[in-house]
Design a protein around this ligand. Structure first.
Ligand SMILES: *Cc1c(COP(=O)(O)O)cnc(C)c1O
Length: 417
């Protein structure tokens, strides 16, 4: 075929460089994971060529007989996995899934209760720099000053005072279980709808290690690429009552043609997540996070809320070293081959661009098959690099040890060579 030749395109080399980076450095970003070869094969398949605006058996274009089967299968699998009545598997991302829900159930200017960004909420939960905070009137709840867990009393008081149309639960940097039951009670007391944004913890729910909000919340959204370990994308689950409004908001309301290569990959990820091996994996994520928390505390780090019940830890660096910012820590650790992100801690005196904390997650290292011993090694590597951050020799020695650890648990053998 007369394809233009791109054999010497530098981007192809850059992809190999990224394969090398993922294979030889530690990925501790809590929202990342390593997708399976089957998921990656689907995302790189001919499904990317097809236009399929609309929904299965109601498409705008012809030629969708196979695509319809794939999208139907994805919807069936995810409904079975979470026990939902209806699924929309088309959102290009988690943010779009949330946008479609808001468009389906709210009018511009409506009041919504969501978790504040600096206490662990997501941009789409009402941040003023995000469409959510610009189009709707978000009121924030957060965590208590004492135990740094969700302040249900304050949330209930705000719900009664503000009478929100919708309560948004879920977080992006919160290390504890979020029980959907007290949220349902508060929503019922004030006649609000409840949306549970399970973006981060969908894999923990699918694996049976965290409570399932489906059937308790009216609507559940999530991303497919975080703990669920599928392709980059989003999903919305709901009862039949909201199905038509959500589908209409997604298309034609917000998106055009769905990414059917991502939907095929989602279907594969949903099947993978329904296996006993995936339940073991979800349990390993949580036990690794607990082991890492314990080991880091032993090196003098303070854990926000005192520990973790999920896949992530939020570390307040001030107890370890009051002069060390999250921004500096992220930079030093990047040099040492440890990839994670700076993060505000509750009531952080530093700005979101500087921060006093870092967020550390175990989904990727658990996919690699690391266990509690390796969590101890990782804690030691982090502590050593941060203590010796002004000494290039120390940072280099950590980088070498990271390479050794990764070579024993290579995520993609054969790639990046
Ligand atoms: C990651 C995340 C999202 C957004 O997902 P994207 O795919 O990045 O758009 C939404 N909500 C929460 C709580 C998240 O953690």
């Amino acid at each position: 075929m007369p394809w233009p030749s791109v054999a010497d395109d530098p981007v192809l080399e850059m992809i190999v460089s990224e394969e090398v980076r993922q294979n030889t450095t530690l990925q501790l970003i809590a929202s990342e994971n390593f997708a399976s070869p089957a998921v990656m094969a689907a995302t790189g398949s001919v499904l990317t060529n097809k236009y399929s605006e609309g929904y299965p058996h109601r498409r705008y274009y012809g030629g969708n007989m196979v695509i319809d089967e794939i999208e139907d299968e994805a919807r069936r699998r995810v409904c079975a996995l979470f026990g939902a009545d209806h699924a929309n598997v088309q959102p290009h991302a988690g943010a779009i899934a949330n946008m479609a829900v808001y468009q389906a159930v709210l009018e511009p200017g409506d009041t919504v209760l969501g978790m504040s960004l600096d206490h662990g909420g997501h941009l789409t939960h009402g941040s003023p720099v995000n469409f959510s905070g610009q189009q709707y009137r978000f009121v924030s709840y957060g965590v208590t000053a004492s135990d740094e867990r969700i302040d249900f009393e304050d949330m209930a008081a705000k719900a009664h005072a503000e009478k929100p149309k919708l309560i948004v639960a879920g977080a992006t940097a919160y290390p504890r279980i979020i029980d959907p039951n007290p949220l349902r009670e508060i929503a019922d007391e004030v006649g609000a709808l409840l949306m549970f944004d399970a973006a981060h913890i969908a894999g923990l729910i699918a694996g049976g290690v965290h409570p399932n909000p489906v059937g308790i919340a009216d609507i559940v959204t999530f991303t497919t690429h975080k703990t669920l370990r599928g392709p980059r994308g989003g999903c919305v689950l709901s009862s039949e009552q909201y199905a038509a409004a959500i589908d209409k908001a997604m298309f034609p309301g917000i998106q055009g043609g769905p990414l059917e290569h991502a939907i095929g990959a989602k279907a594969i990820a949903f099947a993978e997540a329904s296996t006993p091996e995936f339940s073991d994996y979800a349990a390993l994520i949580v036990s690794n996070a607990a082991a890492l928390a314990k080991a880091l505390a032993g090196h003098g780090f303070r854990l926000v809320s005192g520990g973790t019940d999920n896949h992530l830890l939020l570390i307040d660096l001030r107890a370890f070293d009051p002069d060390l910012t999250g921004k500096q820590a992220q930079t030093v650790l990047d040099t040492a081959g440890i990839s994670l992100n700076k993060n505000t801690v509750p009531d952080d005196p530093r700005s979101p661009f500087v921060t006093s904390g870092i967020r550390v997650g175990t989904p990727s290292v658990s996919t690699q098959g690391m266990g509690p011993d390796e969590m101890g090694e990782i804690a030691e590597l982090i502590a050593r690099a941060l203590r010796g951050r002004d000494d290039a020799g120390v940072v280099d020695s950590v980088r070498a040890d990271v390479g050794g650890l990764c070579s024993r648990f290579c995520p993609y053998p054969g790639l990046g060579v």
